[in-house]
Write a protein that binds this ligand. Structure first.
Ligand SMILES: *Cc1c(COP(=O)(O)O)cnc(C)c1O
Length: 422
């Protein structure tokens, strides 16, 4: 599918008068339309809730948009819990799906009344030792091992992943948790990442539904929810078709009717923790071409770099690029589009066919709304950019300011003699 930016050259020319490039820009209309589609797709399940994976786009203004749909937050750390609490999410709307969890994090999660999702069998004792009790509602993360396969091949390799418990551990965990006072139970699994197929959730759901029927038989535990977690992907490349969340919802519904309803478990709620699917297509990086270089290859240097978007540098991920104002121009050139880090992996695109780029052109790097800004870092003393929200009425709101050198030096603020923090 042809990738069209949600912002035009004229709009960007207006924005840069107030907010210099580079910046992350989010599309409120797109986020809302998609959130509603997710809600509609699972409306057959009265207890359904999406807990947005905060790590994908940890911005309070984004979380508050999702709150309008009665979504919750999926947190993995202390600061994500603090942010969710500050945005007004109550415990019922916070899922705490962490791993290798520090005691302080469990304490805060318990204090907020969040639903705690245990990654490991040993965390039962650790949690009890840390907070002094086992919560009434508790969830456990499952890892079936082996490989996770769909009809079009192997999707991922749970057997090599550090997350979750084996089936035997899970059943034992439920028995112990019940004996320690837990009343309501959930099962969680995340078995494949960025799946661009409508089959992933339904296949996973069927496996988990069969598992919870077995657990209920073996332990007598009251299973209240099945958490399908994240992993629903988006097409980063133009040759792929996007997932259809309505089809995915129907597929999960069918598995629900086949497995849970006959087992007398038709009251189980479906939860999910999508990050990428909720936000990735509705964010982009806007950056300006500031240098061109002709050596053994043709390079375009832009004012963003891997600290603004590290996926291409670390995973070799493809992010589509559009040169604003040249949307329909022929791709006559072959460029490496690079940032300014002293690392050769700092390339947003390698051997990319693009229209002829002139200095000062604005480039849109697509699909950066999730796992984009949030993976940012400060290597080479580079500063994180601003985040802007293109609101439904067409106006632009800054939802995070750009860092300044003062932010970079802030952790030296107890060393007055250095004079860096004035
Ligand atoms: C990262 C993560 C998610 C979100 O994954 P996406 O691929 O962005 O949907 C959800 N749950 C947990 C536990 C995660 O670690």
């Amino acid at each position: 599918m042809k990738k069209i930016p949600f912002v035009t050259k004229e709009q960007v020319e207006e924005m840069v008068k107030t907010f210099p490039t580079p910046f992350h820009l989010y599309d409120e209309a797109g986020i809302r339309k998609n959130a509603q589609a997710v809600k509609d797709a699972f409306s057959w399940n009265p207890g359904f809730r999406e807990y947005f994976a905060v790590k994908a786009t940890p911005n309070p203004f984004i979380l508050k948009i999702l709150k309008d749909y009665d979504f919750g937050c999926d947190c993995s750390s202390y600061t994500e819990l603090l942010m969710s609490d500050a945005c007004g999410f109550d415990g019922k709307h916070i899922m705490f799906s962490s791993n290798d969890t520090p005691a302080e994090d469990f304490k805060l999660a318990a204090k907020l009344g969040a639903i705690i999702n245990l990654d490991d069998f040993t965390h039962i004792q650790f949690l009890e030792d840390t907070i002094g009790y086992i919560p009434e509602t508790i969830s456990c993360r499952y890892n079936p091992g082996g490989v996770f396969e769909l009809s079009n091949g192997i999707m991922d390799n749970p057997g090599d992943s550090k997350y979750g418990m084996t089936k035997d551990q899970l059943i034992e965990a439920f028995k112990i948790l019940k004996s320690k006072g837990a009343k309501y139970f959930g099962v969680h699994a995340f078995l494949a990442s960025n799946t661009v197929t409508n089959e992933y959730y339904p296949t996973l759901a069927k496996q988990l539904f069969e598992l919870v029927v077995e657990i209920k038989e073996k332990t007598g535990c009251d299973v209240k929810f099945v958490n399908l977690s994240g992993g629903v992907g988006i097409p980063y490349t133009p040759d792929k078709e996007p997932n259809d969340i309505a089809v995915i919802g129907d597929g999960v519904h069918k598995a629900f009717d086949e497995v849970l309803v006959p087992a007398g478990m038709g009251d189980v709620s479906i939860f999910c923790e999508m990050g990428r699917f909720m936000l990735a297509p509705y964010g982009c990086v806007v950056t300006k071409a500031i240098h061109e270089k002709h050596i053994y290859k043709e390079y375009i240097g832009v004012d963003a770099c891997a600290v603004n978007l590290m996926r291409p540098a670390v995973y070799g991920s493809y992010h589509h690029i559009t040169v604003l104002g040249k949307e329909d121009a022929e791709c006559t050139e072959t460029y490496d589009v690079v940032g300014s880090l002293c690392e050769n992996c700092d390339k947003f695109a390698i051997d990319r066919k693009l229209p002829k780029i002139d200095m000062g052109d604005y480039l849109v790097i697509h699909d950066t709304g999730a796992h984009g800004f949030s993976m940012g870092y400060n290597y080479n003393g580079k500063l994180r950019s601003a985040e802007l929200l293109l609101q439904e009425d067409g106006s632009v709101k800054m939802i995070r300011r750009a860092e300044t050198p003062k932010d970079y030096f802030a952790t030296f603020d107890c060393f007055e003699e250095l004079g860096l923090c004035k």
